[in-house]
Every structure is written in structure tokens, then in C-alpha cells.
Design a protein around this ligand. Sequence first.
Ligand SMILES: [Zn+2]
Length: 407
Amino acid sequence: MSPIEVNGRRYRPIAAPLVAVCVDGCEYEYLVEAAEAGATPFLAKLLAPGTAFIGDCVVPSFTNPNNLSIVTGVPPSVHGICGNYFYDREAGAEVMMNDPKYLRAGTILAAFSEAGAKVAVVTAKEKLRKLLGHRMRGICFSSEKAAEATLGENGIEDAVALAGMPVPSVYSAELSEFVFAAGVRLMETRRPDLMYLSTTDYIQHKFAPGSAGANAFYAMMDRYLARLDALGAVIALTADHGMNAKTRADGSPNVIYLQDAIDGWIGRERARVILPITDPYVVHHGALGSFATVYLDPAERDPVARKLAAMEGIDLVLDNATACRRFELPRDRMGDLVVVSAKHAVLGTSEARHDLSGLDAPLRSHGGVSEQRVPLLFNRRAGGVEGLRLRNFDLFDIALNRLEGER
Ligand SMILES: [Zn+2]
């Protein structure tokens, strides 16, 4: 096989089975703390110069934009997926962006499958499955809908039997464990050339690095990764985004309700606040994240921007062009203003529109620049990457082009 070019980047042919893992919400500290607690003997060995690096994810630091950047090797300005939701100005409607018709670039997974590689994708939530599997031949299913997997749609029909565990609740650590269990069984039974495993951040939304709940999750992950390593796979691990506490000193959620604030300044129904974190699974974060975009009349833009920038807990207020240049975002899917909150603050629309009753732990969330630092970890030494500004979407470049052969 000759090198494969995808979105202007070249990838060498696969020499050993490659397992790329996106650990949802994996702040680097989770790995360090779990290793120090002795919970992750395999990962602890990788946390060393030459195999462990820190890179930046895409902002907004949300799940879908980053998973799509990882599998395309490019930022959202190229692949088009910049959140779960955007406001379609022409249609005058808020639309979900989990349909492949919104994807503007091909994936590395599809390109390798096209070239004849055996490719498999397992993702925790169904919301990512169609995007990740777009134009890809091979196996592609979610833990969430594993019981409904068919040969025609998913390339596999015995996904639950394969994983060897029942289909878990969508709000559980087991939803991610199912991904790893299926991944190990696929490696044992079908040995894909290229596998992409993507988890969910249910645990990271609830538990801080070093807590018992977090360490137990990483211990589980460690056992499966050690097994993949023993099976001879190259492992390349990164995260879609980090995670921070978003609470006041008393533990209550530290929320800035943007729609309420703007309505108070210019009147109701003059501006529209979009939170691209919004998705059908909001129980664990109440649809609160650190990134918002605002649609409003050109005449109101600068005065509103100045008032927002003066609010405590808001770090950045940028116009569309500046934000899209800085964060490499598609201009037609962002509003007139982009707002990023501080490390321990989140952005809401109107207080009445957020149901926080499902929050059974102090709020932890993501979306901002403060959740941009993510790990890149390999079970082989990587050459020539020290000193570079790494992105999580350099994962396949490093895994396929820069790893040394020996373990
Ligand atoms: Zn995520």
C-alpha cells in the first residue's frame, strides 16, 4: 500500500494494527493522578518523555467537533462540525449537526477502508456514530445502540454478544467500558488494521482527577489497553477536551445566563443565544458549557459585546471573523459573537430553560479555552514531536508517521 492523503496530510500505510482512542473529557491530570494512586500500571509506564505529550484540542472544547477533527486531521473550519447545534440563518431554525450531510471533509477512517484496510469504530453514544462512520466500509456501532446493530448498517450483527456484557445505561461508566470490551474482542477475533474507540465523559463530568470514582474508571480502561498492547496493537490515545469544576465557593453551579442578560439590555427576541453543547443527553451537565455564540442585529453587536466583556466570569467576546480565525471555525455556522467563559464559569441561555434538577454532583463541564489541554499518549516512542504545538488531531499523523517500531 502507498501513503494515503487525506485533507492535505499524508499517512503511511499501517504496519501493525493501530488502535486510536479518544477518551472523552480526559484532562491530563486524570492520567497522572490515577497513575500515582497505582490504579493504572500500564498507562503509568506510558506517562514518560517520548511517549506522553500535551496538546491542544479544538475550541469549542466539545465532543463532536473534536472527534471529527481527530478522524479528519483538520480543524472545524475544514470539516464543518463546530458543535452539536447551530443556527441555520436561511432556515431560521436551530438544527442538530449530527448528520453526515453537515460534514465537509472525508475521514482518515474512510480513506483507509477505501484503500483496503480493515477498519472498525466503536463509540459510546449513537450521536457520533454516523459522523465517524461516514463513507467508511467496515464495522461501526455505538454501545448505546449495540443491540440494534445490523450487518447492513453497522457491518456487524452480534455486537452485544461480541462485547460480552449487557447494553449499559446511556448515563453510566459501563457505556464506555462496553467500547473497550468490544474493542478487545474485535482485536482478538477479527484483528482490524485500524480501530477507533471513543468513550463518553459521564464519569469526568461527575468525578475530579484523583477521586475514587475517576481512578476506578481509569483502572478499568488500563486493563483493556494493556490487553490491546499484549495483542501487539499500536495504541494512540488522546481526548476530545478537558474538564473543570464550574462551581461557586458554596458548590452551586456558576452560571452566567446570557439570554437573560442580553434581553435585559436590548429587549426580548432581539438576540438569539446558541449553546453548541446542547444535545439529547443533558442530565449530567444541564446543557451548560463554557462556549456560546450569539446572533443579533449588526447595530447591537458592539454595545452588547462591550457589556458582555465587562461581566465577571467571561474571558473572551469575539466577533465572528476574529473568533473563526482564532479557533479555526466555519464562519457560516457561528453567530455574530462568540463568548467564552472563565475556567470555573459556564454559560446558559435563560435560567428558565435549564433543568438542573438532574445534577446530582457539583457541576463539572467544558467548552472553553480552559479545557483545551489534552493528553497524547502512545505505546511506542514518538520521534521529532518535542517542541511542536501539538493538537489532538495530530494523533493519526504521529501514530502512523512518527512512531518508532520497537516497544
Ligand atoms: Zn466530550
